[in-house]
Ligand binder design. Sequence first.
Ligand code: FES
Length: 400
Amino acid sequence: MKNKVIVRSSFKDIRNFTSIPETRKGIIAEAPETPLIANYAVNSVANFLHPPTQYLKVKQVAEITRDVRAYILEPDTTHGTAKLAYFRPGQSISITMKIGSAVVSRPYTLCSSPLRSIDDEYVIIVKKKPDGFASHYILNNWRKGTEITASSPFGTFYYQPLRDSKNIVGVCDNQGISAFLSMAEAIADESFKIDLTLIYSARKQSEAIMAERLDELAENSPNFRVIYVFSDEHVFKCERGFVTKSLIEKYAPGSKYSLFACGSQTLYNRILPQIAELKLENKFIRFGLNGQIENPAGLPDFPKDAADKTFLCKVMRNGKLIGTVACASTETLLVALEREGIEAPSLCRSGDCGFCRAKLIKGHVFIPNGIDSRRLADSSYGIIHPCCSYPMSDMTLVIN
Ligand code: FES
């Protein structure tokens, strides 16, 4: 049975409505002639903190080891960036580069203190990856004066007073050191009021990059200390082995603490079961970006029959077909798009930020367990994150 809907109104409503134009004219006539504000202060602050693009230049290069360099970046005023955006220790910037015919982006965590950005300096550390593409390009090509296009700082791997404890236990390997170095620098210059105990895991002492600087900071700040754990050698006053539950408990404060972990997938795979045994409340456990999965075909949930296949992906933007890209089932859609020179949006490349979101209008993808951060509504409407989606059929994708 249909429901009966009754709408009640009165003649007064119509009469009031007809008087609106006159009222409006009166208000306009009485208004001052001073022009409206073109730029509200809140918009200027928002643009300063989150500029869509930052144009930077390499100010200085410092060699840390043969395969690791620190790059000091400054604003490139000739391209319109007058000041660097402020950030929080633990945040990253995404750098876009044209390498041959490919257009690629990579996130790099800032390792300097945010205070240094007020003096117009960011520092990032670039480490050569054995089968890397962007890291090789940077180490071979960036020199003093190289122009760089970067995003504003992004990411949620930073201390949030409403959620986190002021006592932080950090766990990292050399892939995750930048976030903690930034925190330690900020503790030392007193712009960051927390206590950080860092457990730094490496195979050997020689692989613990930035150890000298960390030791210096620990020596000068009562709120920061660093413990080294080496799996392959005994070193005086350092731990031997791996990061375990009991090792974390040995150095964690007696009171409540937040556990921040950041590093390679090998580190995450090893420490996840140990962290679970600590039985901390979920809100006290934080992870940095995962990065791209190194061997997706080795994941237990990867569809085995798709392992050696390549599929075709039609790519559309603004209602037009902009390319057809061949994509192996073991590479992400984002990597395939970038290889073909298609500028696709991305920031974290870890399935976390949603910046790369695209609509899959035909076809299937594989998204590994545990990295799908899409909202339920997004997944039910075919929205995917190309940075962590692997093709499982020919497909049509709409990107921004
Ligand atoms: S780039 Fe962040 S979710 Fe894809």
